[in-house]
Design a protein around this ligand. Structure first.
Ligand code: UDP
Ligand code: MG
Length: 317
């Protein structure tokens, strides 16, 4: 009987200090399992020695592969690239900085063999994680869950196993602005959660700056919910109602000859409604922008080179 195959996908952006350690750790875990395996590192336009390290690894070990993207497309797109070209019976995705312990892989596989289609993880931070990161992450999940129908557990990470049939669905989807952890939750199937504690990064520093985290949060919310638009409508109704009550009061004041000298109140109203209108326009604009990006049908990523023969055959690089 043919052995089943595990694919491991690792988006890597400037991870030269981590690649080697992660690769050898991964191999030591994977080779104890009764499966064939491949590890695909997706080099997301790194500007350090990541790609060179990956090429060397690929030459030394026939199970290790790299996929070089033409520039930095971002973590989520790099992940999609890996999912699109991995051909295992299941695909495991993890970060390239040793924050996702390879030791959990046998547990993933066990659950998969029990019949689960998705085995995902939720992370607890170690004490050394900054309060800021912990709190902002909490807030992020609270917001997503209150604004969207796709509920995410706190700390859901891109460290998971998906079955081939789930991967096939993902491959067939070409939406822009991917928010993978939400998308996979949305897909359904039989899902199982494993909790783990995130280690500190082995080397280098986090690529998620405050700006990237904010963008990621907006992405996560607007990719999954149009509720902010309803919210905008609701706000509009609410303030129109207030105004409707306020107008008779003005008229009565006027006819009773008791005209208010209220410069302050006028200014306050103008400033306030100006703010509300800008907010609502911003929300609408965000969705319009997403439509615009999707309408252009641009790919989520572009491959520059790879040592995976089946891709080279496919796209004739
Ligand atoms: N990453 C990527 N492209 C990017 C940013 C990050 O491929 O533009 C990769 C990065 O190399 C790592 C994973 O995504 O393997 C998660 O990034 P990071 O560790 O910086 O995020 P954090 O763990 O701090 O949330
Ligand atoms: Mg990390």
């Amino acid at each position: 009987m043919m052995k089943k195959k595990i694919s491991v996908v690792v988006p890597s952006y400037n991870e030269e200090g981590n690649i080697q350690v992660l690769a050898s750790k991964l191999v030591s875990v994977l080779k104890t399992l009764p499966y064939e395996y491949e590890v695909i590192f997706v080099d997301d336009g790194s500007s350090d020695g990541t790609l060179d390290k990956l090429k060397t690894l690929g030459d030394l070990d026939p199970n290790l592969f790299y996929l070089e993207l033409s520039r930095n497309f971002g973590h989520q797109n790099a992940l999609k690239a890996g999912y699109d070209y991995a051909d295992g019976d299941c695909i495991i995705s993890m970060d390239g900085d040793m924050q996702h312990p390879p030791d959990l892989i046998p547990q993933f596989i066990q659950k998969w063999e029990e019949g689960y289609d998705v085995v995902y993880t939720t992370r607890e931070y170690q004490d050394e994680a900054t309060i800021f990161k912990t709190k902002s992450s909490d807030l992020f999940y609270k917001m997503i869950n209150s604004l969207s129908d796709t509920k995410l557990e706190k700390g859901t990470a891109d460290f998971r196993l998906i079955d081939r049939k789930v991967a096939n669905v993902l491959v067939s989807m070409n939406e822009n602005g991917i928010f993978m952890r939400g998308l996979i939750k949305w897909l359904g199937f039989k899902q199982y959660a494993i909790h783990y504690t995130a280690e500190a990064r082995f080397s280098g520093k986090s690529k998620y700056t405050l700006k990237k985290m904010l963008r990621f949060a907006i992405q996560g919310i607007t990719a999954f919910s149009v509720r902010p638009l309803y919210l905008a409508t609701g706000m509009g109704f609410f303030f129109s109602a207030l105004a409707t009550l306020y107008i008779p009061y003005i008229l009565i004041s006027y006819y009773s000859g008791h005209v208010v000298s209220g410069w302050t109140s006028i200014l306050a109203t103008v400033v306030f409604f100006g703010g509300v209108q800008l907010t609502v326009l911003g929300i609408i604009g965000t969705y319009l922008g997403k439509l615009f990006m999707q309408a252009k049908q641009r790919p989520n990523y572009i491959i520059r080179s790879t040592n995976l023969q089946r891709i080279n055959d496919l796209i004739k690089l």
